[in-house]
Write a protein that binds this ligand. Structure first.
Ligand SMILES: Cc1ncc(COP(=O)(O)O)c(C=O)c1O
Length: 505
């Protein structure tokens, strides 16, 4: 039994070692009551002092923080630096036990509770965000790619003949490598162009399942959130194919929790067909540092199997970060962020539309993509081959991060597989383009600054192009403008072009 609290709050230890109630300042957070899981995210966020009180209370339940504790094992939560200890709120033991990341660790009751409470709060938020029938989830201290790998490795034991993963193409290296690392052969299904959008080729998916034989297919690996003009996969239809052929279905929902449309796709897919697990990034959806993901699903025992596949213990940091974040936001705070993101998407979309038209470009029509937008760079590309990548480097040097230019015809080999038209999710997209996304936490000021800087960059490139095409080199060039500074910047951009391309790949 851990020592009693000196913090003035009342605690109520229930019979199970993982049961816990935190009651103070009118707040009541219980992860279990009489064996029944509670652990809902509070509606209103907690203030910092309440949160710290709560964390300290949990931390003193870990043996490394017991007064008079004497550890004689090889892992006793000893930390040399007080700064490091404070950075982790003195949760040093991590989560899980050898063999199960969700297991309770007797000498770290506080860390174990932290893990349990975090998982139940995250489950509550996934429901609130639109997947109402999700039954289980856990935070895993690996980013999305590795978490997908863990799902594939779990399926390996269930499908001993399987060699292939059917994957509607998305040009993002970690998604592709997640399958390679798990030891499977990705079978790339090219997308089909419908209007401006790139969409799932369902016929090709089904034909591939029949050609390879369902037993030889480990799973279908679909994607929701992605860069426009690709749009989220037809998850519902894929789920039906998976159910019909008895093939597992893993959904990469990397930054989809923030979009009700992506979450709706998953909910519907599970209702009409088969979804075994869906994976989402912690940093991309909950505004915490990179390092964690959530693996969720509709079948309790399959999600437990995945958590048991994780060998050994794990860092508690991603769980701690998301716990602090959710408790400080409350479910109302998170809902507000979701609402603001949606509004910001409309704002960004309108601003990009106006700007692109001013430059004889256009915002691609991608109504099925709720997060990412794309603007053509046709006039830039037609004029000079390098202008598109130059725009990318100019934005980068002007401190615009996250925007991404996609030139035509780039070829990339990832783990031995060569992708033509890499970054554009298809071999031959009709034009080069620029991407920008409205992601959780984005503010009006971000959009305004981005539009202003993009406008400046486009103006500069246009000027340079006019100069190049002007044979006399004098008439169309207005020397009274602030040319010197722009030229200097342009030179710097050219120098940095290679650096940018390397960073973007
Ligand atoms: C669609 C998609 N899937 C997977 C990933 C990989 O995520 P992580 O870096 O968390 O492994 C990303 C990252 O950008 C992504 O956009």
């Amino acid at each position: 039994m851990p020592p009693s609290s000196h913090l003035g709050s009342s605690r109520d230890y229930l019979s199970e070692s993982s049961s816990y109630c935190f009651k103070t300042r009118g707040i009541n957070l219980c992860n279990q009551v009489k064996g029944k899981a509670m652990g809902k995210c509070p509606e209103d966020g907690w203030d910092e002092s309440t949160l710290e009180l709560f964390l300290h209370e949990l931390a003193i339940m870990d043996s490394n923080n017991f007064l008079g504790n004497c550890g004689v094992g090889e892992r006793e939560g000893r930390v040399a630096s007080a700064l490091v200890a404070r950075r982790h709120y003195r949760f040093i033991h991590g989560i899980g036990r050898s063999g199960d990341i969700s297991a309770v660790q007797p000498k770290a009751a506080g860390s174990s509770l932290l893990n349990k409470i975090t998982n139940s709060l995250v489950l509550d938020i996934i429901k609130l965000a639109g997947v109402h029938t999700v039954s289980n989830c856990f935070v895993v201290p690996m980013a999305t790619g590795m978490s997908l790998t863990l799902c594939f490795l779990t399926l390996r034991h269930k499908r001993p003949k399987a060699k292939y993963i059917i994957w509607p193409r998305i040009d993002q290296k970690s998604c592709f490598k997640s399958m390679i690392t798990a030891g499977f052969e990705p079978v790339v299904i090219e997308n089909v162009l419908e209007g401006d959008e790139l969409r799932t080729d369902l016929k090709a998916v089904e034909a591939k399942v029949q050609e390879l034989g369902p037993d030889y297919v480990l799973c279908v690996h679909s994607t929701t959130s992605c860069f426009a003009p690709r749009v989220p996969d037809r998850v519902e239809e894929l789920a039906v194919i998976c159910a019909n052929y008895d093939i597992p279905h893993i959904v990469n929902n990397a930054y989809g929790v923030q979009s009700s449309k992506c979450m709706h796709l998953i909910q519907q897919g599970a209702r009409v067909g088969r979804i075994d697990a869906f994976v989402q990034s912690l940093d991309k959806n909950f505004m915490v540092p990179v390092g964690g993901a959530i693996i969720a699903g509709f079948n309790d025992s399959f999600i437990q199997e995945i958590s048991k596949m994780y060998p050994g213990r794990a860092s508690a940091s991603p769980s701690l970060d998301v716990l602090i974040t959710l408790l400080s936001l409350g479910s109302n705070g998170y809902k507000k962020l979701l609402k603001e993101r949606k509004e910001m998407f409309s704002y960004l979309s309108n601003q990009l539309k106006k700007l692109s038209e001013a430059y004889n470009e256009r915002l691609l029509r991608t109504p099925h993509n709720p997060i990412s937008l794309a603007v053509t760079l046709k006039t830039l590309d037609e004029h000079r081959e390098k202008a598109v990548t130059q725009l990318g480097s100019m934005l980068f040097t002007r401190q615009v991060s996250g925007a991404r230019v996609v030139p035509l015809g780039s070829v990339q080999t990832v783990s031995g597989y060569t992708f033509r038209g890499f970054m554009s999710h298809t071999d031959n997209y009709p034009c080069a383009y620029l991407n920008a996304a409205s992601a959780i936490g984005m503010k009006t000021q971000d959009v305004d600054l981005f539009i202003k800087r993009l406008d400046k960059c486009l103006k500069t490139i246009r000027k340079e192009q006019n100069r190049e095409s002007d044979v006399s080199g004098i008439d169309s060039y207005d020397k009274t403008e602030d040319v010197d500074n722009e030229e200097m910047a342009l030179k710097l951009d050219n120098v940095l072009l290679d650096t940018y391309q390397a960073a973007a790949s």
